[in-house]
Design a protein around this ligand. Sequence first.
Ligand SMILES: Cc1cc2nc3c(=O)[nH]c(=O)nc-3n(C[C@H](O)[C@H](O)[C@H](O)COP(=O)(O)OP(=O)(O)OC[C@H]3O[C@@H](n4cnc5c(N)ncnc54)[C@H](O)[C@@H]3O)c2cc1C
Length: 507
Amino acid sequence: MDTTEVLVVGAGPTGLTLACALLRQEVPVRVVDQAPGPAATSRANILHARGVEVLDRLGALGDLPERAVTALTITAYAGGRPVSSLRFGDVGLGTARPALLVSQADIEAELRRVLAELGGAVEWNTALTGVELDDTGVTAALGTGKSVRASWLVGCDGAHSATRKLAGIGFPGAPIADRWLLADVRLDWPLDRSGSHGWLHRDGVFGALPMRMVGGADDVWRLMAYVPDAGAEKLGEDQVLEWFHRLLPERTGVTDFRIRGAVWTSVFRIHRRLAERYRRGRVLLAGDAAHIHSPLGGQGMLTGIGDAENLAWKLALVTENRATEALLDTYQAERRPLAVNVLRRTSANTRFQVGTGPVTRFLRERVVTPLLDRPVAQRWATAAAAQLWVSYRRGPLAEPTSRFARRPRPGDRVPDLPCRRANGDTTRLHAELGDRWALLSSATVETPLALARERLGERIDNFTLADVRPGEVWLVRPDAHLAWRGAPEAGGLARWLDHALRTGRVR
Ligand SMILES: Cc1cc2nc3c(=O)[nH]c(=O)nc-3n(C[C@H](O)[C@H](O)[C@H](O)COP(=O)(O)OP(=O)(O)OC[C@H]3O[C@@H](n4cnc5c(N)ncnc54)[C@H](O)[C@@H]3O)c2cc1C
């Protein structure tokens, strides 16, 4: 039987991110996917800032920033008139990596490029069909008739995750909105392609997003409409296009248009569901396999990519026997509360967008949407979507601090600060992370670095920067969150490392 350290099931954005991050840390990985090959069509169309940072740390951005649109504008119309223009851009977020309007297919292609550079590959036409769990690993049955023995199996196999079902992990939740129609179409019409458009119509919202397919046609638009009465049966491409021929003029008021064919159509219902747990023994879940919610707000791929980055460095330490399995429980403790937050926010937003009651309609059309034109609202909306605020301050790996303590506090994301390597070269903090840790100080330190290397291995370096107070060091995790800060002489750094690696708990 074939063996591997980690079997990654699913080569969507989550599985690919995880596989790249593990391979960068020299953990042997196999990636299997039931599909016959890479997807040419795309569900996600935008990756918010936090996800762009993760790709940057993995070296998987390629030239996406040059080719994508980085300042996304959404113009909202009520009663046929524009009422606000919400601009997602770099509004003082403290990141060099603002959101990218780019297709999921292009992001996956970049991740596969990195995977190949690292010596990995996706095994297509290879479905996971069975899982047998024991104390030392997992025996996975594959649709090819073969089996694989892995120390760990991570299900990144999407909403209908076979991994989740085979591991017996519940996925409670409920539908939150009826039928949506989606069509990526080649479309001639007079709308500006530098931004997206959303119409608040009494029969349901209608959206149009210009699609940015790298190297692809530049006349493709994604049309989305809420059509609660579209019927329960499955609609084919022709029927979906028929609906859009009717809905487009009805809801947007634009009559001068020509749909020249479809790239992809879909009919879907929005659900919110969250896995009861993210781990059962040696099986873990990440991405849509662990949480699904409304696509409004563009949080799904973003959250899955974040899950993968959080899990990768922990799995790497466990497979190297530098940490016990307890460290893996911090993955759920840190990431599941974020998924709860994402489910809550996206569900509330969706209910608000599709609500038909007079009060909801008044608030939506006359109060909230017009307010989005204000700079303060734009900053708030961009920041909320960006997920740069994600902090594990309340998680098991963050020592409690007073509310007056300086930022960043343990658990917080550390911004992409300019710093210096030991040889004096200038660099960016995030360029040094991804597969490595960083020890930051105002001047070069040797003893704390040696102490951290004893526990973490060679994958940590010391960088200097002025933001750190003399006498203090900051230990930064590969996912850019602050692990610990303080004066190392008092023994706090060694204590944090020993507790985190042995017990997965420092509080
Ligand atoms: C209309 C729409 C628009 C969206 N827009 C955005 C957006 O703008 N921004 C954003 O961040 N998110 C968006 N999302 C959400 C985003 O598409 C998902 O969250 C994302 O695809 C999840 O990635 P994943 O890798 O976890 O799962 P998936 O992308 O679903 O990948 C799962 C993979 O597992 C494979 N697989 C399944 N079962 C098996 C099996 N048994 N064995 C082996 N392989 C298997 C599948 O073939 C697939 O390749 C949108 C979603 C929709 C529906």
